[in-house]
Design a protein around this ligand. Structure first.
Ligand code: OGA
Ligand code: MN
Length: 217
């Protein structure tokens, strides 16, 4: 399955030029549909936990900063749509490595659910002591999202952090990619349940990539 960058190389040029990219209908509709159903199934089965912030010993719940609930995915997940999602991410990583010299060698991702009222305050996606995250990605699973539903992703100017660069509605099939190190961003409070996948393309020491089981060849 070739999706996104393989048949649309101009998208990579845009990502390189701007540092971010918004793609409508990024994946085949049946796959987006399958991922939505799988997340709904797991959420109903109690697979989600309150998201935490920080890393290692610093990791803690901080509902005043973010109030989404998440479910981390393993690269070995046997569910066909989840497996197809990882396959697409591998193919995109290869395309990105070929044109950006980023040496992406790992990928991590989780489903996320923001219930009405939930938000994620302005932040950057890199940890203080671990800059392995290179590109952040959000893929949205919500049908018929209106601007009155809230829950927008807002990207801010890295050089003038109050200046809004881009506001994105979390509409079914829309995917956003941006430079993890550069862009402050936030999720505005949502008025509707907001479902998504969040992921990070990483460049980390080879032995760590092997340990995490997410090595991209
Ligand atoms: C994140 C994040 C953005 C979004 O999970 O770090 O910023 O639109 N998500 O869900
Ligand atoms: Mn983020």
């Amino acid at each position: 399955m070739e999706t996104g960058f393989g048949d649309r190389p101009e998208l990579l040029d845009q990502l390189a030029a701007d540092g971010y990219l918004v793609i409508a209908d990024a994946l085949p509709r049946a796959l987006t549909e399958g991922l939505l159903q799988e997340w709904q199934r797991r959420y109903a089965a109690g697979a989600a936990a309150p998201a935490q912030i920080g890393k290692g010993a610093q990791k803690h719940e901080a509902q005043s900063i973010r109030s989404d609930r998440i479910h981390w995915l393993e690269a070995s997940d046997p569910q066909p749509d989840v497996a197809a999602w990882f396959a697409v991410m591998r193919s995109w990583s290869r395309a990105i490595n070929q044109s950006f010299f980023l040496s992406i060698n790992a990928f991590e991702c989780h489903f996320a659910c923001y219930e009405p009222g939930a938000f994620y305050q302005k932040h950057r996606d890199r940890f203080q002591k671990d800059n392995g995250r290179r590109l952040s990605l959000a893929f949205y699973l919500n049908r018929d999202w209106c601007s009155t539903d809230g829950g927008e992703l807002v990207l801010f100017d890295p050089e003038a952090e109050d200046r809004i660069l881009k506001t994105v509605l979390p509409t079914f099939g829309t995917l956003v990619i941006f430079d993890s190190q550069r862009f402050p961003h936030e999720v505005r409070p949502t008025r509707r349940q907001r479902l998504s996948l969040a992921g990070w393309l990483k460049s980390i020491p080879a032995h760590e990539a092997a340990l995490q089981g997410t090595v991209l060849d």
